[in-house]
Write a protein that binds this ligand. Structure first.
Ligand code: ADP
Ligand code: ASP
Ligand code: MG
Length: 406
């Protein structure tokens, strides 16, 4: 299984280079299934186009539009492989048997019916599947959420019992921080599913969160590597196989969320339930929640949510302010989240303290904190995110492998 992201197939030369690598893999005696993303920034451009004709594009039609990007790249890639003298056949998500639920734009895979692909492989073809898309149980075209080609690849790798799932991208693996932000970030050789899950959940977009969940649940060995240098990259595997016992594996950041604070809410049973039920009913994806200590029987509740859910959330909040008797609400789009992830945190106290000291030293104010057994996240002002990531990376000496060892 090989998956190629948008930059890997951004132009004709890249498509030809990828085709040659696939052909070489095939000629080495492997059955090859390829999942491919839309070329370059196609998905962003199609989204922008939709917003030029509609203020709130209908989700079903958005899926119909966005899936066309991957349709272009599968056809072109097959043509290039055929040109190299190998047999190749392209399939849309629907043709490949990727069955999803009916949630447009964020559909979940519920079944993979891979018989057709298996037959094609048996017939000697290289199989090329459009990433990020499927067909719903109601027979509509769906997409799996941004970055969803990773999920297609891992799901097919599980269904076809592939040896491994290679995710080819524009970096040489998973790094201790986004290499675009931290030039001396270090590539990790191995990482456990749990660590990768927390890194993906807190903003490291190198692998989509769902794909990591799927890989862990089905034991798919994932190899993240470069389609530009082709060198070995990072393996995401079971914890006992992930030898690198670092306290901290990485620093991640995410600027895709906003924060809402509901002020002066009466502090009595049922209020939080009412607030978050109303948000859930409008499909607002609430992430972190913080409630302050009560003063004079009133409190503040703050939570974070994806920026794309903000306009829907604001409507809900306007109604809620009246319903629960709050004094008002304040949305803040200018926030970011900085997180430390590492399995060694479980056994090493003091990581949180050091993190807060580093941020304090940089003059970065912490607005919210949340933790899991292997992660600490702080919400800060968006303008402070880059500074915070670099300072944490340096303070925990993540550029040096020996220092990061437990
Ligand atoms: P693709 O189009 O191949 O799916 P993505 O843009 O989705 O590629 O993901 C690769 C990008 O993820 C890299 O270019 C890098 O900037 C970013 N990234 C963020 N955090 C990390 C990290 N910890 N390690 C590696 N890459 C990261
Ligand atoms: N083309 C889709 C996106 O840009 C899916 C993917 O690349 O994984 O999000
Ligand atoms: Mg991606």
């Amino acid at each position: 299984m090989q998956k190629y992201g948008g930059t890997s197939v951004a132009d004709p030369d890249r498509i030809k280079a990828v085709a040659e690598h696939i052909v070489a893999t095939r000629r080495a005696g492997n059955d090859v299934v390829v999942v491919v993303s839309a070329m370059g920034k196609t998905t962003d451009e199609l989204e922008a186009l939709a917003h030029q004709v509609s203020s709130a594009p209908a989700a079903r039609e958005m899926d119909m539009l966005l899936t066309s990007g991957e349709r272009i790249s599968i056809a072109l890639l097959c043509m290039a492989i055929i040109d190299c003298g190998e047999h190749a056949v392209s399939y849309t998500g629907s043709q490949a048997g990727i069955v999803t639920d009916t949630t447009h734009r964020k559909a979940k895979i519920v079944d993979v019916r891979a018989e057709r692909l298996r037959d094609a492989l048996d017939g000697g073809a290289v199989v090329v599947v459009a990433g990020f898309q499927g067909v719903s149980t109601e027979s509509d075209v769906t997409t799996l959420g941004r970055g969803g080609s990773d999920t297609t690849a891992v799901a097919l790798a599980a269904a076809l019992q592939a040896e491994s799932c290679e995710i080819y991208t524009d970096v040489t693996g998973v790094f201790t921080a986004d290499p675009r932000l931290v030039p001396d970030a270090r590539r990790l050789d191995r990482l456990s599913y749990e660590e990768m899950l927390d890194m993906a959940a807190t903003g490291s977009r190198v692998l989509a969160l769902r794909s990591v969940e799927f890989a862990r649940n089905h034991g798919v060995r994932v190899h993240v590597r470069s389609s530009f240098t082709w060198e070995p990259g990072t393996w995401v595997v079971e914890e006992d196989e992930a030898m690198e016992q670092a306290i901290i594996s990485g620093v991640t950041h995410d600027t895709s969320e906003a924060k809402i604070t509901l002020s002066h809410v009466p502090d009595r049973p049922g209020v939080a339930a009412k607030v978050f039920r109303a948000l859930a009913d409008e499909a607002v994806n609430v992430d972190m929640i913080v409630q302050n200590v009560s003063m004079a029987d009133h409190t503040d509740i703050s939570f974070t949510l994806p920026k794309e859910d903000l306009s829907r959330a604001k409507k809900v909040m306007e109604q809620l302010v009246e319903d629960v008797g709050a004094s008002g609400f304040t949305p803040d789009e200018g926030i970011g989240r900085v997180s430390l992830v590492g399995a060694g945190m479980k056994t090493h106290p003091g990581v949180a303290a050091t993190m807060f000291e580093v941020l304090a030293h940089e003059g970065v104010n912490i607005e919210m904190i949340s933790t899991s057994s292997i992660r600490i996240s702080c919400v800060v002002q968006e303008a402070d995110v880059e500074k915070a990531v670099r300072a944490l990376h340096a303070a925990f000496e993540l550029d040096q492998p020996s220092k990061a060892q437990a």
